[in-house]
Design a protein around this ligand. Sequence first.
Ligand code: FPP
Length: 261
Amino acid sequence: MTETISYKEQINTDNLPEHIAIIMDGNGRWAKAQGKHRIFGHKNGVKAVREATEGCAEIGVRFLTLYAFSTENWNRPKTEVSALMELLFLTIGREIKTLQKNNIKLNVIGNIQSLPESNRKAIKEVMEATKNNTRMTLTLALSYGAREELIEATKAIATAYKEEKISIEDIDHQRISNSLYTKNMPDPALMIRTSGEHRISNFLLWQMAYTELYFTEKLWPEFSRNDLFKAICEYQQRERRFGKTSEQINEQFITNNLPKE
Ligand code: FPP
């Protein structure tokens, strides 16, 4: 029998990724492997959502962003889209108590206007109810596409320029970051994608410029809290250089950790 390693104890809580983004992939394949309908996979995916959310909150991750429905997902069969929307609606309503109990704030990014009215209402209610929670922010990317987000940001900046509120020189990294749906969040330090696919799929394109990417063969419904901790352990083994050399990073580390006078 193979023994499962427990990764939680190996995590260095002084070096946690402040923001983790996840592409939850493989629900359909997981269901198919058991001879079930794709929707069965999505329903079981909700359990993994809970695992990841609780796991992040438990160790002190401040932001978790889940790619729950992309702009491209509207092209799926109508029955699957409706079932996903209903599942989202039910889950958001059902989880409000857990979010409150765990002091988690719910946030949603994406083209919210394109969602059914019932979903918009449920999202608004839960966001309002959890707005003062401070332990962690759980963001659901719904009807989200990074290119659409960048188009919206570009339009907002162009309008501000046209109305002479800003000059060309004011268009910098900060201006663009502040024009995105994610304006109040740090960029993800770690992005996890399940199911063995090695793609970013129109997710947080601007924000992931320096994100560490982690891919696992596990299908989303079987992704456990321990799998999340394993990904965090691997992240902690990596050296984030942001274009600098290893020597510069080590020097910076020493300087930052010198005893204060
Ligand atoms: C990708 O698997 C998953 C989705 C498109 C939907 C994710 C939704 C959930 C996990 C359920 C509800 C979520 C929340 C946040 C309450 P896929 O269908 O593309 O799988 P496949 O690649 O195997 O076909």
